[in-house]
Design a protein around this ligand. Structure first.
Ligand code: AGP
Length: 615
């Protein structure tokens, strides 16, 4: 996720901004930039790469002494990591400067309108559209910056945390947010701004967190003025005294990035679905599908290639696509696919799935399929990554940076993207009725909120973790859509707690793994009401008669499994196809709490790397 830092006041801003950006590095980014201003003089410096490179670029310049500074680290969402896409962005007149976190969904419409009015764009970003939209509003309404920002934001759909500066009024900064946080640090001499409080913790502990839909005017020497963006009502902001240490703040108050990322999943999912799932209209909008409509309409087969957690998401994708769109799907370990001389047809669609977009085996599998003439449609999280660049087309998951080595929000958002793909293909192929599709879209739309409530079950999961954390082995069972979830649950546990764990399709148990079951074996069984419930109940009976410790992941209000299981975690009742989105969450919590109880390094487990860029 992008990082924002700004300062206006009596201190020298450049060191504050650069140190602040460095502090935000934990958020992940691919380019960085700063703007400093003294009266009529301004300087913008941008680099693709790290803050260290930005410092170097600045060291080669004669830098202004200034009164105001704005800095940004960019995690690409619209447009690749490139100099022109890096922030700050400048309006066409050169008067307005902006740094922005978030995604402007209707940027395309706004951009077209601005182009018709003669505006030109240097970058591919939604942020450059936003600053020019603000400029246009300011011109047509003939208002001050604060009002122009407010009016413009009322026409914007999306999420933003922004800092805007008008060089004709150098004593003021305008900040605003909706769905992307803004923290304002206060001291006697000026104002600090950050996408969280990390950048200015050395300077002040007094902070105001803007609420969503709020805009603030920062003028040194004057009291901060906060208004609601939609109804213009004046707000009384609460000044908080920060007691957290730096590390705590970077992790949003969570002890580990993994835990933070598990909690981020409802929002990550909202970002994935935003602008694509139009439930009210009963539509899925995927622009790359329009461009390649024929390819999708004629697809003979889909081959998914991936590794690890992404491969598990691919397996869920197989169930989704085959069931809804009736197109045959094969899911391949990229490392096997690349070396086994696979049969690839020109009317195959190959979908490489990768969080990092840099996994060596997935990249090699992609290249092989591309050379064989297949259409490559990627699903990646990191914008501008090698895999995303090598594909013909694709979708980003928009999960935001994932820092914990154990993948969590990437998995959930990959499944969400695959759900959108499956339902869109069903629409194209006519394999589902309009009313069925509509029903599914409404249900999908409600998943992020339900996931939010599910997080509240974590204390129960923690109690289970306390009971089983010393076990040397664990078995995970699931059927249908939840077989891949069982695999993912087992992988998570192995990765971060070093407990040997196996995932199996529940019915396969009696073909071997049942021999392992005794009173020392915890067996985690996903037994949701929709999807082979009776059969799973029989499997659970088999485990019970062998004295296994049963942990059931069940639908709300379940009774049959509860009677037999030692512990149960309830998840919301949903259509079977959405159960992976819910069942995954307790399994992530379980492995997390077990790892903590075993005193393991949760975020950087031994022997593992976040991106496996070698074979
Ligand atoms: C997941 O927790 C793992 N760390 C790992 O299996 C990962 O999913 C795999 O290496 C693939 O990575 P990618 O999604 O970045 O390609």
């Amino acid at each position: 996720m992008c990082g924002i830092v700004a300062y206006i006041g009596a201190k020298e801003p450049l060191p504050i901004v650069l140190d602040g950006l460095q502090r935000l590095e934990y958020r992940g980014y691919d380019s960085a930039g700063v703007f400093i201003s003294e009266g009529t003089k301004q300087q913008i410096t941008k680099v693709v790469g790290k803050v260290a490179a930005l410092r170097e670029a600045l060291s080669e310049k004669e830098v202004l002494t200034s009164k105001l500074g704005m800095g940004h680290t960019r995690w690409a969402t619209h447009g690749q990591p490139a100099h022109e896409n890096a922030h700050p962005h400048v309006s066409n007149s050169g008067d307005l400067i902006l740094i922005h976190n978030g995604i402007i969904e209707n940027y395309d419409i706004l951009k077209k309108e601005l182009q018709q009015r003669g505006y030109q764009f240097q970058s591919e970003t939604d942020s450059e559209v936003l600053i020019n939209w603000i400029e246009e509003v300011q011109k047509t309404e003939n208002v001050k910056l604060g009002k122009a920002v407010q009016l413009a934001l009322n026409q914007v759909i999306g999420a933003y945390g922004i800092v805007v500066y008008d060089r004709r009024n150098p004593e003021e900064l305008v900040v605003a947010c909706l769905g992307s946080p803004i923290a304002i640090g206060l001291d006697k001499e000026g104002f600090f701004v950050g996408s969280d409080a990390t950048p200015f913790l050395d300077h002040t502990r007094e902070v105001i967190y803007l609420d969503d839909n709020e805009l603030a005017l920062l003028q040194p020497g004057k009291t901060i003025q906060v208004r609601k963006i939609d109804d213009d009502s004046l707000q009384t902001p609460t000044v908080q005294q920060l007691k957290w240490n730096l590390e705590n703040i970077q992790k949003g108050g969570f002890p580990h990035f993994m835990l933070k990322e598990i909690h981020e999943q409802p929002n990550a999912l909202r970002d994935t679905l935003r602008g694509r799932l139009l439930a009210e209209e009963g539509k899925i909008q995927i622009s790359s599908f329009n461009e390649h409509h024929q390819k999708f309409a004629n697809a003979r087969r889909i081959i998914i290639v991936a590794c690890g957690t992404s491969w598990h998401a691919g397996l869920v994708g197989e169930y989704l696509i085959e069931s809804f769109a009736r197109i045959p799907v094969e899911v391949e370990y990229a490392s096997e696919f690349r070396y086994r001389n696979p049969i690839i047809y020109p009317d195959d669609i190959v979908i490489p799935i990768s969080q990092s977009g840099e996994t060596a085996d997935t990249l090699a599998a992609l290249k092989l399929a591309k050379a064989a003439g297949a259409f490559i449609y990627g699903v990646c999280n990191v914008v501008g990554s090698t895999i995303s660049r090598e594909t013909h087309s694709g979708m980003y998951t928009h999960a935001g940076p994932e820092i914990g080595v154990a993948s969590t929000k990437a998995f959930i958002t990959q499944i969400a993207v695959l759900t959108l793909i499956a339902l869109k293909l069903a629409e194209i192929k006519g394999t589902q009725s309009k009313s069925e599709l509509r029903q599914l879209l409404f249900e999908l739309d409600s998943v992020p909120d339900q996931l939010e409530s599910l997080i509240e079950q974590k204390e129960k999961v923690k109690e289970v973790a306390e009971k089983i954390h010393a076990a040397p082995n664990c078995l995970y069972l699931g059927r249908g859509y939840n077989f891949p979830v069982a695999l993912e649950g087992a992988l998570k546990l192995k990765e971060i707690s070093y407990i040997h764990a196996e995932g199996y399709p529940a019915a396969e148990m009696k073909h071997g793994p049942i021999a392992l079951i005794d009173e020392a074996m915890p067996v985690i069984v996903i037994a949701t009401r929709k999807g082979h419930y009776e059969k799973i109940v029989s499997n659970i009976q088999e485990i019970k008669s062998r004295k296994g410790v049963i942990i059931g992941i069940v639908s709300q209000g379940d009774s049959a499994v509860k009677e037999m299981a030692n512990y149960c975690i309830e998840i919301p009742e949903s259509s079977e196809c959405f159960t992976p989105l819910f069942a995954t969450l307790p399994l992530q919590f379980l492995s997390y709490y077990i790892a903590v109880l075993r005193d393991c390094n949760v975020d950087q487990p031994r022997n593992l790397a976040k991106s496996v860029t070698v074979e």
